[in-house]
Design a protein around this ligand. Structure first.
Ligand code: HEC
Ligand code: HEC
Ligand code: HEC
Length: 472
């Protein structure tokens, strides 16, 4: 009897110990999922892996690249359509080295070139989150089918050998812990350089021009180095932190396009400590100066109004009058929000058009893209909304390429950085998604050259063998 009691007692003890261990395991997993969810936000995985209106992380977002459209894949834990069968090691290789579970190379539209510095601990938490914290979706997104030779995924191997870093995340002991955290976030999860660093001939980031400004589709991600004239050296750390967490810094800049999205989905949801760390690090990025910049892009322009001279003489209209002057277009379409002097609203909800990086930049793309696409960004601070005027042909608000050029020139002449005017062709290019690249052509020429060299070698070999045969 006594023995039976002891046995039962021991069994109960064992059971409660193992359920305590299980509970502890659950707690550890829950904590890991939570940390992983945060890293997924800091890394903005959903920016590419969630299609508009689609299920979270189910993929299918078309990413237009210079060599064709690449579709993001399903990274939910579905065993059939997603990454449910990935081991942690396979997951780590995909995220840090761009190698898919089946061993094929991913295209660098997936920013593994940045994620390659992610620590083992962060990868582990991300993996736990994607396996246990995300709803599985069993639908296969559209498959990517790039034209030859880009459809040969093996060709990425050479690219990776040339351009993917070691992945070492070296702590700089001469800098503070905050600075090191900032550098890690900027170069790793937040992948700022994938947009702000210009790319070379083979689409690789030009490390010598780190954060020096680059084209991202129709938008231009400006120079954000510490240069006081060409970069953001004139911003205080707090100003940069405010811009990153809200997308708006009155009197300097607003975030639209892909930056607006990054602010909405990622930066506005980071802790104040992490945003401060990013700002601390960015403020120390070596300056890159463009000799043509005599003045900072945040300092151009001043209040100006032509409204008085228009009153009574010209009807102010916003329709598609092909002859409309810049002034007429401006007062018909823009001044109601940005105000007659271009000074914006008192509460700064409508920004001033002078002292504004979109009008003060030598690169006109952000001004053109804003007029065509507008601004739509939601953060915990509220929504920033400006309608786009690109529209469809029968949209009464739609402005054609010539009108957008006339309007943009009016805005830069009076509120921005004067200089080379915007042409209708510039507007057409932004409307079409930005400058196209000759990469595909180059790759094709490359293959043709390789084939020609190969053929020449074979011919030489044949000639050489015939000669030897004759000599023998
Ligand atoms: C800038 C866009 C972008 C971001 C941000 C991004 N990805 Fe991707 N990812 C892609 C694209 C595009 C592919 C497919 C590439 C291909 O087919 O070669 C991909 C593929 C993958 C794959 C391979 C899946 C498979 O088997 O096909 C994994 C895993 C993955 N991403 C995980 C992540 C994680 C985790 C994050 C965030 C830490 C992330 N991605 C952020 C664009 C992105
Ligand atoms: C997906 C591409 C993308 C990523 C990632 C990105 N940016 Fe940007 N960034 C842009 C674009 C495009 C603009 C211009 C936006 C506009 O004018 O509306 C911009 C604008 C900015 C500006 C304002 C500069 C000015 O003159 O107006 C700052 C500052 C900035 N980004 C910092 C960062 C930092 C820091 C990171 C990483 C933590 C980052 N960005 C990540 C695309 C990106
Ligand atoms: C309905 C109100 C409204 C109208 C009309 C309007 N805007 Fe805006 N505009 C805004 C708002 C709101 C923002 C974004 C503020 C923010 O990001 O916090 C903005 C931002 C901008 C920016 C800065 C964009 C950037 O990314 O840096 C420019 C430049 C601009 N507008 C020019 C124009 C021009 C030119 C017109 C006329 C074609 C116009 N706006 C019409 C409300 C408006």
């Amino acid at each position: 009897m006594d023995i039976l009691f002891r046995f039962v007692g021991a069994a109960i003890c064992l059971m409660s110990a193992s359920s305590a261990a299980l509970a502890a395991g659950d707690d550890a997993q829950a904590a890991s999922i939570k940390r992983g969810a945060y890293i997924a936000i800091a890394s903005d995985c959903s920016a590419c892996h969630t299609a508009p209106g689609g299920k979270p992380f189910a993929g299918g977002l078309p990413i237009v690249s210079p060599v064709g459209t690449i579709y993001s894949t399903n990274i939910t834990p579905s065993a059939t359509a997603g990454i449910g069968q990935y081991s942690e090691e396979q997951f780590a290789r995909a995220v840090r080295r761009g190698i898919r579970g089946d061993g094929a190379n991913l295209y660098p539209a997936m920013p593994y070139t940045s994620y390659n510095v992610l620590t083992d601990a962060d990868i582990h938490d991300l993996y736990t989150y994607f396996q246990h914290g995300v709803e599985p979706v069993d639908a296969m997104p559209t498959r990517t089918a790039l034209p030859f030779p880009m459809n040969v995924r093996l060709s990425m191997m050479a690219w990776n050998l040339l351009f993917v870093g070691s992945g070492d995340n070296l702590t700089d002991t001469t800098q503070s812990a905050e600075w090191n955290r900032g550098k890690y976030l900027v170069d790793g999860p937040a992948h700022c350089s994938t947009c702000h660093t210009p790319r070379g001939f083979l689409m690789q980031e030009l490390t010598g021009s780190y954060l020096g400004g680059a084209q991202v589709g129709p938008w231009y991600a400006p120079n954000i180095t510490s240069d006081a004239t060409s970069g953001i050296g004139s911003w205080s750390k707090d100003e940069l932190a405010r811009y990153l967490s809200t997308g708006s810094l009155p009197g300097k800049a607003q975030a639209a396009g892909s930056m607006g999205e990054a602010v909405e989905h990622s930066f506005s949801q980071l802790t104040q400590e992490d945003i401060a760390a990013i700002a601390t690090y960015i403020k120390t990025v070596p300056p890159l100066h463009d000799a043509s910049d005599e003045q900072s892009r945040f300092d151009y322009g001043k209040p100006f109004s032509e409204l008085a001279s228009l009153r009574g003489t010209n009807p102010i209209r916003s329709d598609t009058d092909a002859q409309a002057s810049g002034a007429v277009l401006f007062y018909g379409n823009c001044a109601s929000c940005h105000q007659p002097l271009g000074q914006g609203s008192k509460d700064t909800y409508y920004p001033s058009l002078f002292h504004n990086s979109a009008t003060g930049s030598a690169n006109r793309d952000n001004l053109i893209a804003t007029i065509l696409n507008g601004v739509n960004r939601t953060t915990p601070n509220g929504q920033a909304f400006m309608p786009g005027f690109g529209g469809k042909a029968n949209d009464i608000n739609a402005l054609d390429d010539g009108q957008v050029a006339t309007l943009a020139n009016y805005v830069i002449e009076h509120y921005g950085r004067p200089g080379a005017p915007v042409t209708p062709a510039d507007v057409a290019e932004v409307r079409a998604g930005g400058p196209s690249s000759s990469l595909l052509l180059l790759a094709r020429i490359g293959i043709a050259v390789a084939a020609a060299v190969g053929l020449a070698i074979i011919l030489l070999l044949i000639v050489w063998r015939q000669r030897r045969a004759r000599m023998a």
